[in-house]
Design a protein around this ligand. Structure first.
Ligand SMILES: [Zn+2]
Length: 457
C-alpha cells in the first residue's frame, strides 16, 4: 500500500474522529457469535469519545488525537480473500490493525451488510466486487461503497438466508490482523447425505459385494474411507522452494485416492474437503464420525529446515508420549492449523479437546498402527521411507475415539527434488495407489464386519 500519502491519511483520521463522535443510526441485528465479537472496538471508541468531550488537558487531548490518527491511519484493508465452498463461504479482510466493524442482515432480498471503520476504499476492498464466483453457494454479488465519513460499507447480496459468523484474529505467521466473515447455510451440510448421494451414483447392489478373503465372514456393506486433504483456504500448510503449497498437493493426492477407492467394489470414499477452503481439525474428525467411517487417512506433505530431508512417513495417535522429538514437533506444527486458518472459538464445544483416552481409544490406536504399517510398507515401493516404522504423537486430527486414523506425510515439499515429484501426475498417482494398497492389505487382515464395533459411535 501507499504509506507515503501522509497528509491524506491524516485527513482520513479527522473524518474518522468525526464519525466516532457522531450519532450512529441503524440498529444492528443478527450476526456474530455474541456481543463481544460483534463490536470488538466499540468500548474503545466510546472511551476516545468521552476523553475528547470531557475537557481534559490539551496535552492529553493532543496525545490521544495523535494515537487515534496513528490507529486510523493504519485501519485499512490491505488484502482481501474469498473462499467459496459448499460447507461455508469465508471472506477475509486483512489489516495492519484490528478493524472496527458492524454486521447486520436485511431481508427481502436477503443481504448482509458489513460496515468497516476505514477511511477509504483501498484497492484490496475495491477488488472484492469482481471476485465473487458465479458458483459461490451463498453470495450472489458484492458491492463496496462509502457509507458516511469514515465508514465503508460492504453489501453482500445473498442467494438464500444464511447464518453468518464474524470474528477477528490476531496476527500469526505471514498474516496481519484479520477480520473474518463466515457465511454458513441455515441448515449445515450433512456429510452422510453427500456420501449416500455418491454411493447411489455407484449403484452397486450390496449383495454383490465380495468378501475380502475366502473363509472370512462376507462383507455386506461398503467400507467407508474418509480421506482428509490437509490444510486449505487461509492455511496453506508448508511451502516448497518452487512455490508449491501443501494444501494444493494434499487435495490433488486426496482426490486421486478417492477416485481409486471408489473404483474398488467394496469401498467408498468421502473427502473431508473437496475445494480450497479452511476446515477446522475437529470438523474433519467430526465428519468421519458422522459417516461412521471405517478408516480415516489424512494426507500431508512435510517441510523441514534442512532441504535435503526426504522420504515418506506415516503417523498414528499417541496421547501419552511422542515416539520421537521430530514426531512431537510435527504434531505441534500440524495442530497449529486452527490458529493459522482461523477458528472462531467463542461458544464452540471442542469435540477433540473433550476426547479422552480410554480402552476403545487404545484398541483404535492399535488398529491405526496396523493400518499405518500396511500403508508404510506400500509407500516404501514408491519413495524412500523417512522412518522405517509408524511414528506416534498427539495429532488433533487423529483423535477419533473409534476410527483407526493415520496421517501420511507423502514426501518433503521442502526438498526441491521431492517437491518436483509431488507436482508430477504420474508420481501422485503412484502415491495414491500405494496408500490404497496399504488400505487393501489392512482390510485383508481386518475386514470390516457388517456392524463393525469400530464404526459404532
Ligand atoms: Zn501438513
Amino acid at each position: 500500500m501507499d504509506e507515503l500519502r501522509l497528509p491524506g491519511i491524516l485527513q482520513s483520521g479527522i473524518r474518522l474522529r468525526g464519525r466516532v463522535a457522531g450519532a450512529r443510526g441503524e440498529s444492528a441485528c443478527a450476526a456474530g457469535s455474541g456481543n463481544q465479537s460483534r463490536f470488538p472496538g466499540r468500548s474503545e471508541a466510546r472511551q476516545s469519545r468521552s476523553a475528547f468531550g470531557g475537557g481534559r488537558s490539551l496535552a492529553l487531548l493532543g496525545g490521544l488525537a495523535a494515537a487515534f490518527f496513528l490507529a486510523s491511519a493504519h485501519a485499512q484493508v490491505l488484502a482481501s480473500r474469498i473462499w467459496p465452498a459448499r460447507d461455508y463461504t469465508r471472506l477475509t479482510l486483512e489489516s495492519p490493525v484490528d478493524l472496527k466493524y458492524n454486521l447486520f442482515s436485511i431481508k427481502g432480498p436477503d443481504r448482509l451488510v458489513l460496515d468497516l471503520e476505514v477511511a477509504e476504499i483501498s484497492p484490496a476492498l475495491a477488488e472484492l466486487q469482481g471476485r465473487v464466483a458465479t458458483d459461490d453457494p451463498y453470495i450472489q454479488g458484492l458491492r463496496v461503497a462509502r457509507n458516511r465519513p469514515g465508514v465503508i460499507r460492504l453489501v453482500l447480496d445473498l442467494k438464500s438466508e444464511v447464518k453468518p459468523q464474524v470474528f477477528t484474529l490476531p496476527p500469526i505467521g505471514d498474516y496481519g490482523h484479520r477480520l473474518v466473515l463466515d457465511i454458513y447455510p441455515l441448515v449445515p451440510i450433512d456429510p452422510l447425505l453427500a456420501l449416500i448421494e455418491e454411493t447411489e451414483k455407484k449403484s452397486l447392489p450390496e449383495k454383490q459385494i465380495p468378501s475380502f478373503e475366502k473363509g472370512k465372514p462376507k462383507v455386506t456393506r461398503l467400507a467407508t474411507i474418509v480421506i482428509d486433504a490437509g490444510h486449505g483456504g487461509e492455511d496453506p500448510g508448508a511451502r516448497g522452494r518452487r512455490g508449491s503449497r501443501e494444501k494444493d498437493i494434499t487435495l490433488t493426492i486426496a482426490r486421486r485416492l478417492k477416485a481409486l477407492v471408489d473404483q474398488e467394489p467394496d469401498m467408498r470414499a468421502l473427502l473431508t474437503r473437496d475445494g480450497d477452503y479452511f476446515l477446522r481439525l475437529d470438523d474433519r474428525v467430526e465428519k468421519a464420525r458422522k459417516v461412521k467411517a471405517d478408516l480415516f487417512v489424512s494426507i500431508h506433505a512435510d517441510a523441514f529446515v534442512r532441504p535435503n530431508a526426504r522420504g515418506s512417513s506415516v503417523f498414528a495417535l499417541s496421547e501419552r508420549r511422542a515416539t520421537s522429538e521430530a514426531a512431537r514437533m510435527l504434531a505441534q506444527k500440524e495442530n497449529q492449523s486452527d490458529l493459522i486458518g482461523g477458528v472462531n472459538l467463542q461458544g464452540k464445544d471442542d469435540y477433540v479437546k473433550r476426547t479422552i483416552l480410554d480402552l476403545s481409544q487404545t484398541a483404535t490406536i492399535d488398529h491405526s498402527l496396523r493400518l499405518g504399517n500396511s500403508v508404510l510398507r506400500q509407500l516404501g515401493s514408491v519413495n524412500t521411507l523417512h522412518k522405517g516404522q509408524v511414528e506416534q504423537a498427539s495429532f488433533a486430527v487423529l483423535k477419533s475415539p473409534s476410527i483407526p486414523s493415520i496421517l501420511v506425510e507423502t514426501a518433503f515439499i521442502s526438498n526441491p527434488e521431492e517437491e518436483k515429484r509431488l507436482n508430477d501426475e504420474a508420481y501422485q498417482d503412484r502415491l495414491a495407489r500405494a496408500i490404497l494398497g496399504g488400505i487393501r492389505d489392512y482390510f485383508t487382515k481386518h475386514p470390516p464386519r457388517p456392524q463393525s464395533p469400530l464404526a459404532l459411535n
